[in-house]
Each structure stands twice: as C-alpha cells, then as structure tokens.
Design a protein around this ligand. Sequence first.
Ligand code: SF4
Length: 272
Amino acid sequence: MTLSTIEIYKLLPKTNCKECRTQTCFAFAALMFKGEREISECPYVGKEVVDLFKGTAKKVNTVEEDREKFLESLRHRVTQTDLASRAKPTGGIYANNRLTIKIMGKDFSVDSTGKLFSDIHVNPWVAGPFLTYVLETKGVPATGTWVPLRELEGGKDWARLFGQMCEKPLKQVADTYPDLFADMIALFNGKPVDNHYQSDISLVLHPLPYLPMLICYWKPEEELSSELNLFFDQNAEENLNIDRIYTLSTGLVTMFEKIGLKHGVATPCPTD
Ligand code: SF4
C-alpha cells in the first residue's frame, strides 16, 4: 500500500502533541512518507491504523513517483470515459477529440488518451484536480451561499491545515504584494464582487467552472492586523472532492507566492 503524506496525515489524531518528537502531526506524516518514521512512534493511533502500515516501514516511492502513479490512474480512467458526455457537467467544450475547460480563464484540454494540453504550463497541482473534475464533477451550479472550508462536509479535518497552508501564506502575499488582487483580475479572470463579510476586498476566482472561490481580504488598520479568508460555495464537494479542493487551493497559493516574489513581473505561467 502506498499512501501520500496527506493520506497518512488524515489517519493521525491531528493534535500536534509532539510526543513523536516532531512539531506537528503533518510533519510526522511527511517523515513517515519518506520512511523515516514508523506509525508505532505515535502512541495515539488505534490498532486498525497500525495494521494498515504493517510491512511498510521503509517506503520506496518518491513524492514524484507517487504523484505520477496517481496521475496515471486518472489518465487511465479518462481513456475509459466518453469525453463528449463530460462537456456539459464540466462546463467545458468538446471538439476535435478534446475536452477543453477554463481554469481561471485559461484553456486546459484533455484528449481521449488522457494527454493534457494547455497554453500555459501544466503543474502537477492542477493536473490531478483537473482530471478528477473531468471524471467526477456532477456539474451542480453554485448556490451563491459561501462557506468556509471547515463547513464543507469533508472540510473539518482539513480546516487547520488549510488555514496554515492556504489562507496564511496568501494573506502574507497580499500584505506584501499590493498588486496581487489587480493581477488576479487581469491575469486570472477574477471578478470583484460586493464586499462580503465587511471585507475591504472581495474577489471571486473560478479555479474550475463549477468551483468558484471567494477571497476576502481585510486590510491592516491601527492595532488590527490584516486578515484573509477563502470561501467555497456550499455545493463545492458535489463538483470536486475535498482532497482535490485542498490540492488545487494550495497550488494556487504557491502560484501566487511565486508571482508575488517576482513582484510586478506578473506571469500567467507558474513554474514548479
Ligand atoms: S504523537 Fe501522534 S498525535 Fe502527537 S504529534 Fe505525533 S503524530 Fe501527532
């Protein structure tokens, strides 16, 4: 059995008690993934979890190998799928043996062999969620009701990690990179909307056609530090599972961090 860091993390108690001599459960999961720790070093997991890892103390797959294996399984499923029939639920267009979907205003296509095409660089963070969306989305329209990730059905387990890995770093980018929101509008088809939750800036992005994301940013003032929260439509999980929502969100944030680092040299072509 090969589990990713995230999958291992989901099996841990997530209390960050440090008894395993690491700072967080996530760090412990990352070390386990590399084969540098064993599940028995966490005293708080049940026997069923320990049994899952029997005989897997030394992991051989690298992160890239694991990711590629996962992508390969998705590509294989695409070959078994009638892509034309997926145009409607994905909000895409099927033509010339390719299904094309807009990701934040940019064209991404897949053909019947599972091969991906795009005018911009296809990062692993987008390839997995994109293919999962192609295969699984129900095409449920947004309700217009925004909720934080923790209020999505599967979001509770992810909320803390999401705050650390998505909202916090994106807030830092917004704090230090004043053109961030303007670039989101210009480069990624962001739509300013009426201010939600009394935020100073409210912006909607569409990482996938039926997966809108609301970004709310409160500027720092006097004694108050800035704040940034991300919201999803309450139907989000009908269109993408929570694991992939997390992957896509962290990937977006990484991309914005890179754009922010370039500061002004805005590019729609994130690199690994
Ligand atoms: S001992 Fe277990 S619960 Fe505590 S931090 Fe380590 S992995 Fe998390």
